[in-house]
Design a binder for this molecule. Structure first.
Ligand code: ZN
Length: 278
């Protein structure tokens, strides 16, 4: 007679049947019958009132806001303003350099500044679609500069997780081709050390996995340590400079000149940044 008594007890105190004190008793069913072993028709017991409103789930933990600075090399009005862009500015390591330069071009005249601007806009849009906040060092392709020290300052003041400068090269060796990723070496601060090196190798690996070939003529395995680039020297944030390839090489010039080709470079660079942020 012990079990029926327990069952009846449970019935009288439905809410308690799931507690450890109930021993082997099962969780309270929504509908049950009396546990009498003797008589009477089963009696249906109404389940306790249950609210059907589902409470709102707690908000997910806020992700830290990721800021990436994109630095499109050169600018559209540089060539027409040599006085302004030749003005010496601090370039790090105790040196000065011209404020900025005109950049190079394909043999057909497609300018590096136009290429770097277009690719940077494409990278910006790809990153923004992933929730990354992007800061550009210039607002369009029609201005002068900014000087290399100003570009570095924009990266520093933004608190960027990563700064990526985008360029294309102009080797007179028409056979030279392939990308390389430049980084500051030896590093001048902590951000130029391990974080920048990791950004460089992650970018190199991602560009390779996106089908881009490493440089045949600069650096080693797509990486190039540099002590002479003002933008890298003055950075206090993790930074690399991507030279996408040689604008004087016919195959790469064709890719740079084509919107699809530029989208391919942008997709690879954006993937490299996202891999670093992950
Ligand atoms: Zn350049």
């Amino acid at each position: 007679m012990r079990r029926p008594v327990l069952a009846v007890t449970c019935l009288l105190a439905l809410a308690g049947c799931g507690s450890p004190a109930a021993g082997t008793a099962r969780p309270a069913p929504t509908t049950t019958t009396t546990a009498s072993t003797t008589s009477a028709a089963p009696t249906t017991v109404a389940p306790p009132a249950v609210t059907t409103t589902t409470p709102a789930p707690p908000p997910p933990p806020a992700k830290p806001q990721r800021v990436v600075v994109l630095d499109p090399g050169h600018n559209g009005a540089n060539a027409a303003n040599p006085g302004a862009i030749n003005k010496p500015v601090p370039a790090g390591r105790g040196k000065t350099k011209p404020c900025n330069t005109t950049g190079t071009a394909t043999n057909a005249g497609y300018a590096e500044h136009a290429f770097t601007w277009d690719v940077s806009v494409r990278v910006r849009d790809l990153l923004a679609a992933q929730g990354v906040q992007v800061v550009m060092t210039r607002p369009d392709d029609n201005g002068i500069g900014p000087c290399v020290d100003q570009r570095a300052a924009i990266g520093n003041q933004s608190g960027a997780t990563a700064v990526v400068s985008i360029h294309a090269d102009g080797s007179t060796d028409a056979g030279a081709h392939g990308f390389h990723v430049a980084y500051s070496a030896p590093p001048l601060n902590e951000a130029q050390g391990e974080p920048s090196m990791r950004l460089a190798t992650t970018m190199r690996d991602t560009l390779v996995s996106n089908g881009l070939a490493t440089s045949t003529y600069i650096g080693s395995a797509g990486l190039s340590p540099r002590a002479d680039l003002g933008g890298l020297n003055l950075s206090e944030r993790p930074i690399v400079l991507v030279e996408c390839g040689n604008m004087r090489n016919a195959t790469e010039a064709a890719a740079f000149t084509s919107p699809q080709g530029r989208q391919n470079y942008a997709a690879a660079i954006a993937a490299g940044i996202l891999a670093y942020l992950a």
